[in-house]
Design a protein around this ligand. Sequence first.
Ligand SMILES: Nc1nc2c(c(=O)[nH]1)N[C@H]1C(S)=C(S)[C@@H](COP(=O)(O)OP(=O)(O)OC[C@H]3O[C@@H](n4cnc5c(=O)[nH]c(N)nc54)[C@H](O)[C@@H]3O)O[C@H]1N2
Ligand SMILES: Nc1nc2c(c(=O)[nH]1)N[C@H]1C(S)=C(S)[C@@H](COP(=O)(O)OP(=O)(O)OC[C@H]3O[C@@H](n4cnc5c(=O)[nH]c(N)nc54)[C@H](O)[C@@H]3O)O[C@H]1N2
Ligand code: SF4
Ligand SMILES: [Mo]
Length: 864
Amino acid sequence: MSTVCTTCPYCGVGCGIKAEITGDREVSIKGDDAHPANAGRLCSKGTHLAETVGLEGRLLYPEVGGEQVEWDEALSLVASRFADTIRDHGPDSVAFYVSGQLLTEDYYVANKLMKGFIGSANIDTNSRLCMASAVAAHNRAFGEDVVPCSYDDLEAADLILLVGSNTAWCHPVIWQRIEKARAERGTKLVVIDPRRTETAECADLHLPIRPDGDVALFNALLAEMQGRGLLDDKYLRDHVDAPDGFWNDLSGDAALAGVEPGLLDQLCDLVAAHPKMVTLFSQGANQSVAGTDKGNAIINLHLATGRIGKHGMGPFSITGQPNAMGGREVGGLASMLAAHMGFSEAECDAAQAFWNSPTIARKPGRKAVDMFRDVHEGRIKAIWVMATNPAVSMPDAGFVREALDRCDFVVVSDVMAETDTAAYADVKLPALAWGEKDGTVTNSERVISRQRPLFAPPGAAKADWWIVQEVARRMGHDDAFAFESPAAIFREYAAQTGYRNAGKRKLDLSEWAGTSDAAYAAWTPTIWGGASPYADGQFSTDNSKAQLVAVVPSSLSAVDPCFPLRLNTGRYRDHWHTMTRTGLSPRLSQHRREPMAEIHPLDALEHGIIDGQLVRLTTAQGDSIFRAMITDAQRQGDVFAPMHWTDQTSGGGRANRLPGQTVDPVSGQPAFKNSRCMIEAIEPDWRAFLVCTSRPILPPLLYWTSARIASGWLVELSGEGAIDVDSLLPEGDRIEAADLQRGMRRIAVRDEQGRLSAALYLTRSGTLPSRDWIISQLISDEPAEAPALLAARPKIAGPDKGPVVCVCFNIGVKQITRAIAQQSLTSVDDIGTALNAGTNCGSCRPALAKLLTEVREPELEAAE
Ligand SMILES: Nc1nc2c(c(=O)[nH]1)N[C@H]1C(S)=C(S)[C@@H](COP(=O)(O)OP(=O)(O)OC[C@H]3O[C@@H](n4cnc5c(=O)[nH]c(N)nc54)[C@H](O)[C@@H]3O)O[C@H]1N2
Ligand SMILES: Nc1nc2c(c(=O)[nH]1)N[C@H]1C(S)=C(S)[C@@H](COP(=O)(O)OP(=O)(O)OC[C@H]3O[C@@H](n4cnc5c(=O)[nH]c(N)nc54)[C@H](O)[C@@H]3O)O[C@H]1N2
Ligand code: SF4
Ligand SMILES: [Mo]
C-alpha cells in the first residue's frame, strides 16, 4: 500500500489529499494535514471521492463516428481536419473550448498551439462562465489579474463580507476556516445574497439584496464611509488613481440595492467598526450583466479605505474550479495572450519570440458565448471541446446544441463516454481522469499544488497535454511540441512568465524554470506572489497605482407581464456541475435527488403551486420541468434552480435551456443569475418511482430523474396517458398489487435468488410511499415478504428518519429533530455527540445549525 499526496479535483479551495491506495482502483481518502489550504480538512465531495474512481461510464478508447479506432487514426484525422479548415478559411475558423478542470500543463500546450502556431486567439475556457468578470475587474483596478489575498487573511479578519457566495455549500473548507475564526476571535460575518442560503442562515447579518443590486449597495457603502470620514487619504494619495469626477458621481442610491434601510445601516456600522475586513465574492457577483462593475465596486471600497495589501484585509475573488486560476495564468482565456500578457505589440512579439513560433495571435479571440454563436453561424467550422460539457453548462443551451449539431467537425476530449456534449462529437478522445493524471493546479489563493496519479492509465486513455501535443505534431509543429513530461511543460511555462517581464507582471515563476524532474515530482504546495502580492502598494499599472473605477448601478427595469419572475441558478451542496462524477456516488446523490424550483410562498399561491408538485419554468429561450420547493428563503419574485441535471440524469430540470445569451459587456461572462421567467404548475396523469439494480431504459416521459443509490438507481417519473410498466421492469418473478379505482399500482420483481431487483410504485391521484426502506431492500440478500415490499415499509415500521442531512453517517432530518427535542440538544456539537452527524466532513453543520434553530426557537418562544 502506498500513500500519495495529491489535490482534490473539485473546487478552487484546492484542498490537499492523502490518498492511500488500497487495491485495484481502490483508494482511501484523507485530508492532507500539511497542505496550507485545508490543513487536513475535507468537505463531503472530497471525502467521498473514493466512490467515484471506478471505471463505470468511462471513455477508454478513441472513437470516430461512434466506432473505436486507434489513436493514430483519431489524431491524424483531427490534425488534418483542423489544418484543412485553417487553410481554406483562415485561423479564426477553428476554436478550442477548454476548462478549469484541465491541469496547467494541459492548458499551456493548448494555448501555445492555438495562439502561437494556429495564430488565432480562439481558445476560451469555461472560466468565461465563472471567473471572467473578476479577471476583468482585477485588470481594471490592479493592471493585472492578481488576487490580492490569501486564505490566512480570512482567519485574521474581524469582518467578512460574502457577496454572492454560498460558501458553506460551494467552498466548504473555506467556510470551515471562517467558522473557526468566528469561534476563536468573534469575526463578524455578513452575507449579501438574494436567497437565505444555509450560508446566510449562519451569518450575523444577511442582506437579501435584489438581484443585481450589488453595485448600488457597494457605492452606497463607499459614499457612507466617505461621509463618516473613514477613507484612507494617505493610501489614496500614494497608491490610487481616481478618474475625474469619481467622488461627485458616486451614486449612493441605496434604494436600488433593494435592502431595508435598517439593514444597510447595520452593514455600514459593521464596516465602519472593522478595518480588518475581507470581502469574498463569487458567482452572485461574477455571473451578471454588471459582473465586472460589481467586482470593481467591491475593490473600490477596499482601495479607498486602504483595506488591501495588509494582513486580514482585501477583496477576495474565490475561484470555482480546481484549476480556474491556472487557466487564467497560462492564457486559457481568449482575452489574454499568455502568462498574464495582453495583446499589445510588445507582448505579442514577446510571446512569439519566446515560442519561436511561425505566427502569433494579435487580437483577442471569441469569448465563449460569441464562440458558440460563430459556430452556429458557420464562421467557426471546427471546434475541440476539452474537459467541459457546454451542451449543459452554457447559457441558452438549446442554441449551443444546435450550434454543435450544425458544426462541420466537433472533437470532444472527455473522461466519460456519454455526456450531452459528446452526443455531438465526430471524434471522441479518452482523457486521463483525476487519480490518473499528473501535473499542477493553482487554487484561489495562488497556491500551486500537484495532482498526482494513483492508478495506471485505464484502456487507451491519455493525458490531455499529450493528446493536444500529438495533434500539434501532426500539424507540422514537431519541434515546439516535443515535451516528454508534465515537468518539461511546467519548466517552459515558468520560463515564459519571466520572459521580458522585468517586474512588469507579478506573475513571474521564472525561479522555477529550472525545476528538475525530481523536484517537480516532490513539489510541495507553493504560493506565488506571497501571501499579499500588493503589500508594497505597487500595482501592475504603468504608474504603479491602482485605479478606482466609476461604476453606475443598474436601474430598476419594469416587470415583464409575460415573464414576471427572476430566475437565479446555482449549485447544490453535494453535486458538482453536470454530475459526471458526483452522480456516481450514492452518498453524494442523496442530499438532493431531484432538481427543485425554489419559490416564495406568495408567488406559489399566486401561481397555484403546491409544494412537491411539478412546475414548468419558461423563459424566452426555452422551458424545463422541476419539482417545486416552496420556501421563504427566496425573495418574493425570485425563483432558484440548480444547474446540475442533464439528459443523462433527467428528462427535466435542465436549467440551462432557460438563461439567454446576455453577457457582461466588459468580461463577456453570461448573466446566469438573473433571467426573466414564468412558472406554471403541471398536473401529470400519473406519478411513480422505480428502484432497480440495473439502469432502466426509459421511454420519452413528461418528467423523470434518476439518482444513484447503493446498488442501483432511484428513478422518479411522471407522465401523461398510459404507462407501459413492462418496458420499465426487468424479467423476474413479479408480485403485484393494484387498486384500479384509485389508480394505484405496485409491482416488485425478484430475481432467481429471490432478491429484489426492481420495484415500481405508481399512483394517479394518491400519494407515493417513502423511498428509504425499499432502497435498503435492494441490497438485501433476504428481502422482506411480498406484503411489506408492496407496501414499501417493514411489517413493524421503525421511526422514519426523513431525508438524509449527514451523508457521512446517513442521518436524516427526522432523527436529528427528534434528538434535539428529546435530548434537549443546544449546539451542533451536541448533535454530533448524540448522533455522530456533522463530525466527519462537516459539510452538513450549517444544516444542523438551521434545524437546531427551527426546533429550539418555537420551544424558547413558548417558554418566554
Ligand atoms: N457543491 C458544489 N461546489 C462547487 C461547485 C459545484 O458545482 N458544487 N462548483 C464550483 C464552481 S466552478 C464555482 S464557480 C463555485 C460557485 O460558488 P458560488 O458562487 O458560491 O455558487 P452559486 O450557487 O453559483 O452562487 C452563489 C450565490 O449567488 C447568489 N446570487 C444570485 N444573484 C445574486 C446577486 O445579484 N447578488 C448577490 N450578491 N448574490 C447573488 C445566489 O443566490 C447563490 O446563493 O462553486 C464551486 N464549488
Ligand atoms: N445555469 C448556470 N449555468 C452555469 C453556472 C451557473 O451558476 N448557473 N455556472 C457556470 C460555471 S461557474 C462553470 S465553472 C461551468 C461548469 O460547467 P462544465 O465545465 O460544463 O461542467 P462539468 O460537469 O464540470 O464538465 C466537465 C467535463 O469534463 C470532463 N472531465 C473531467 N475531468 C477531465 C479531464 O481531466 N480531462 C478531460 N478531457 N475531461 C475531463 C467531465 O467528465 C465533464 O464532462 O458551468 C457554468 N454554467
Ligand atoms: S472544499 Fe471540498 S470540494 Fe473543495 S477542494 Fe476542498 S474537499 Fe475538494
Ligand atoms: Mo465555476
